[in-house]
Design a protein around this ligand. Structure first.
Ligand SMILES: *Cc1c(COP(=O)(O)O)cnc(C)c1O
Length: 398
């Protein structure tokens, strides 16, 4: 046991990202491994929000739409997220929930795909909301849903495929899917690739522009630490922007929103993805939270994420008796996101006990213990402690 404890201290001492932890409001008593569900609070955000509420709203009031940059916040913040997902400026707009952006992206993709393509391929293992929304979008647009394992999507794409909606990282198992290969296969078939980046942005490089992704969506309250219910984002590849036809053409996406004209005329660029008045408090909390990424290299984040999940699996193997838990997260780095999911028959009893002992992960019913690794604020000593406490809880339960 002490070997791994010692290794953890050495790894933390050599970790180039270790200094970022101090930028977050975290207590030493807790190992927070649920940043893949709700990212931790960057410590400077409350002061920024006090200013937004007290001065921008309280004193400037309506003037803040211009003078405090409220009106243009969705595009400005999109440009802050862009480098984290490999997009050039002008391709991402922030707003609404992921669910709403899935709707915009799926319907817009059917319109971009054109006539004669009546199939929507959907990742059958998807986070449920994506599947529900895609099904409704298909009914509205006269398409047929084809649920598939993401690995089978490249082979299934054909002349009838309008688009595929795929998760980059599976929320349950932590499996990382092949974005470059799947995107290339879809495009070769004349179909569009729509990716959900909820579990990859802020955890690993995505390369949206480089890999030719058509449309993408993602949330900002997981690895991007935007706060509970912070707005999601929508990416539209440059080649699709002029033809992107939103199914929710609200006045915020109008070319002349304050013209207040009866006829709709879409704005140019990413603004076209906007709908109505942005949720300014959440939006500006997200903007402040993104400061922690200034100067951070996503490749360094990825390297640490893999080192953390490797080390966690090693500690679990060393501390937990064989067979008590089984990892459902792939061993291969090329197939692993930034979490470890362990299946365990008593998961529903084990997770509350872990949380009571200061190790916060979450449960995905019926039997999955999920541990998310956020490289900006989780270290190797935390990781070793989490595995040790897991072993203690399992020993006490047997
Ligand atoms: C977290 C998550 C969502 C959340 O959708 P909301 O509309 O923000 O509630 C959607 N899809 C995936 C893949 C997720 O991981």
């Amino acid at each position: 046991m002490s070997d791994l404890h010692e290794r953890a201290r050495e790894l933390d001492a050599a970790d180039p990202l270790a200094g970022h932890r101090a930028e977050f409001a975290l207590d030493e008593g807790t190992v927070y491994l649920d940043g893949n569900s709700l990212g931790a609070l960057p410590a400077h955000v409350p002061a920024r929000m006090a200013d937004v509420i007290g001065r921008e709203w309280g004193e400037l009031r309506i003037r803040s739409w211009d003078e405090s940059g409220w009106w243009t916040a969705p595009e400005r913040i999109g440009d802050r997220i862009a480098p984290l997902v490999g997009a050039a400026p002008g391709r991402i707009v922030v707003g609404d929930s992921t669910s709403v952006n899935v709707f915009k992206a799926v319907v817009a993709a059917t319109r971009l795909a054109g006539e004669g393509r009546d199939e929507i391929l959907v990742d059958a293992t998807t986070f449920p909301t994506d599947g529900y929304i895609a099904e409704s979008a298909a009914r509205m647009t006269g398409h047929r849903i084809v649920p598939l394992d993401p690995a089978d999507i490249p082979g299934a794409a054909g002349p009838r495929t309008a688009l595929a909606l795929v998760n980059h990282v599976d929320y349950r198992t932590g499996r990382l899917h092949d974005l470059p290969g799947t995107t290339a296969a879809l495009r070769a078939a004349g179909a569009l690739a729509v990716w959900d980046l909820c579990h990859s942005a802020g955890a690993l490089p995505v390369g949206l522009d480089a890999h030719g992704v058509d449309l993408a969506v993602g949330c900002t309250y997981k690895y991007l630490n935007g706060g509970p219910g912070s707005p999601a984002y929508l990416y539209v590849a440059e080649r699709h922007q002029a033809a992107f036809d939103s199914p929710l053409p609200g006045w915020n996406s109008h070319a002349d929103p304050f013209g207040m004209t009866p006829g709709y005329r879409a704005a140019d660029g990413a603004v076209r993805g906007r709908v109505g008045t942005p949720d300014i408090l959440s939006t500006l909390a997200l903007e402040a939270a993104l400061d922690v990424w200034d100067g951070v290299d996503v490749n360094a984040v990825r390297a640490k994420s893999l080192a953390l999940t490797d080390f966690f699996l090693e500690c679990v193997r060393a501390y937990v008796p064989e067979g008590r838990v089984v990892s459902v997260t792939p061993e291969a780095h090329a197939e692993r996101g930034s979490q470890v999911a362990l299946s365990c028959p008593d998961a529903a009893a084990v997770m509350p006990e872990l949380i009571a002992r200061g190790v916060v992960g979450d449960l995905r019913r019926p039997d999955v213990l999920r541990f998310g690794f956020t490289p900006l604020y989780v270290g190797f000593a935390d990781t070793e402690r989490a595995a040790r406490v897991l072993a203690d809880v399992l020993a006490a339960a047997s």
